[in-house]
Design a protein around this ligand. Sequence first.
Ligand SMILES: *Cc1c(COP(=O)(O)O)cnc(C)c1O
Length: 461
Amino acid sequence: MQTPLEQIPKTDKLLNALNLELKTPNPKLLKSLTLEFLDNYRQELLKGGELLDFKSCVKRIIALYQNATQKSLKPLINATGIVVHTNLGRSVFSEEILEEIKPLLTHYNNLEYDVQKGERGERYIHLQRLFKTLLNAEDVLVVNNNAAAVFLILNTFAKGKEVIISRGELIEIGGSFRIPRVMEDSRAILREVGTTNKTHLKDYKDAINENTTILFKAHKSNFAITGFSKEVEFKEIVALAKECNLIDYYDLGSGYFSILDSTFKGFEPSLEVISSLNPSLVSFSGDKLLGGTQAGIIFGKKALIDKLKQNQLLRMLRVDKFTIAALEATLNAYLQGNTKAIPTLQMLLRDKDCLYALAQELAKGIPPCFKAQVIPTKSFSGGGAMPSHYLESFGVAIFKKDLEALNLNESKLEQHLRKSGIIARLENSALILDARTLLEGDLAQIVESFFVLLKEAQCKI
Ligand SMILES: *Cc1c(COP(=O)(O)O)cnc(C)c1O
């Protein structure tokens, strides 16, 4: 009789069987996984582990192969009610626009070619006319992200020179972007003025000297100072900069077009309002409230943008055809008033009736034993806009007390949903699915996940 070790299948035999099953596997990866499996299997047998038949061995290696070739990035359902969710890919990109730009990405194109003249062109030109029409901006430049925009601007104009900024605006935002550190790394000299809660125009004035180059305003993005506080409006900073022949620069973080005024007016100035102040330079993200793709968009005075273009750093920070094509098409949708094409706009502009109807439909679909209830909720724009103000919304709540009969609780439910790609929120002993951030097709998937859980729960009872 054969000893267990002698019954371990031969590598070649396994590989032949695996190749038949997997059709066109990566031979190197398959072999290394097979050897790894056999090695572990041998160890297990030596410890008295169970013998596997040939078929089971093949099955296990296939599972290893599938695991190793599985993609890590997956689509998720955002039921948190936070529209621009930093951890969930920020702005959702438009399916309609993706279709529209597909030919540009899968063909050669005129990214840097002037078809009229038959000579080399400039990649940023494709966005110039749009910014002229939408914002009456002299010129525009796009870099990898808004953090890069801040860095490029400081490095171009403030190397070894002073940049004045309010103490209340020395922000840190997610992913450890700290204004003082960015300044240091760009070799600009930080000149902080005012106090944490109050900064006056006079503080800026008093700090100006012959080495000053920029009056910098940064959007606070993720916090608010309330109570006894004052910040200087950008309008005043622009005027002071003009008077003293300095550059005014607003790091706006998340810029929005006035089409979103109904949501943000009174809390944040729109891009149109900022642009009408005739600023030197403004920068904002392409994938926060704009709802496009990751990019740092800089607009303002042509002479200054020309200088930015001459900085060698731009070669390191520049964007490719994906970004330019995505932004051009997104801005074109704005130009044409096609808000339906931009999911971020759609979600931010959803009215109460629509949110209520969505929540109602979801609640109806969920198996009755979960006792899903439609409740008013607080949703957020995210992306560093209106950090202290919520948007009224509706959602579906499932309460802890109603889960007990199923031998569940709200955190087990949250875990189950999360593992099937649905990100919900826990609040006051309830699980909440907010309607504001649900996209087409999400409802059916959520409902299905509840049915799967119900089946599992009932088996356990
Ligand atoms: C978000 C933000 C940034 C960074 O923008 P990214 O596009 O994430 O690089 C910089 N400044 C402010 C004020 C922001 O809100």
